[in-house]
Design a protein around this ligand. Structure first.
Ligand code: ADP
Length: 177
């Protein structure tokens, strides 16, 4: 995002974030309750660079953000090296391991690869402010919430696409480029 690109348009974070109404739901991980196999199939069924971690599907309360790359590396390492980690092992991002039946395979703790304070804006945050934060903090993505519930994600590319769309829709704005 070049500093010269002015963003003086009245859009809000909710206008730029994904998923759009017609898109599949946001792909999230829960802080506990998913198996290694379930995490792997979620990651492998998408191409997203990262996944928000939430308390539960019902609450959609944000806990953190994990990069696809870190998830795949950690799971791969755990399967190779960590005694007994298999597809049925439970993954947890919480501080302490959730209680499990005595015959369960060893769980996999992934709290260490999670960004515990991913940047968030609310759905009504004006995009000029969001773009300014992206530039100043050098963000790749930011999460969008409403009343503490996770709603969506905005990547740097989403912002660039949105800027290009505005320029096409509004021929006058091209004059400023
Ligand atoms: P980029 O926008 O740089 O290609 P991604 O590959 O992570 O980055 O995202 C591709 C698209 O999918 C973007 O429009 C983004 O908003 C959206 N997206 C990113 N992560 C998720 C996710 N976990 N669930 C749903 N959509 C996502």
């Amino acid at each position: 995002l070049e500093p010269k690109e002015e963003f003086d348009h009245s859009s809000l974070a909710v206008d730029v974030m994904r998923p759009r109404r017609s898109d599949p739901a946001l792909a999230v991980l829960t802080q506990e309750g998913m198996t290694v196999g379930e995490v792997e199939s979620l990651v492998e069924s998408t191409h997203y660079s990262g996944f928000p971690v939430v308390v539960s599907q019902e609450s959609q309360r944000l806990v953190g953000f994990v990069l696809r790359r870190d998830l795949l590396i950690s799971i791969d390492n755990a399967r190779k090296r960590q005694e007994g980690v298999v597809s049925a092992s439970m993954v947890f991002f919480t501080e302490h391991a959730p209680s499990q039946p005595p015959d369960a395979p060893p769980p996999l703790r992934l709290r260490g690869i999670m960004d515990l304070s991913p940047f968030t804006v609310t759905d009504h945050t004006p995009m000029d402010i969001t773009v300014d934060i992206f530039r100043k903090l050098g963000l790749r993505q930011c999460l969008v919430t409403h009343n503490g519930r996770l709603l969506g994600i905005i990547t740097k590319k989403d912002i660039l696409k949105h800027m290009a769309q505005i320029a096409n829709r509004d021929p006058d704005s091209i004059l400023f480029n």
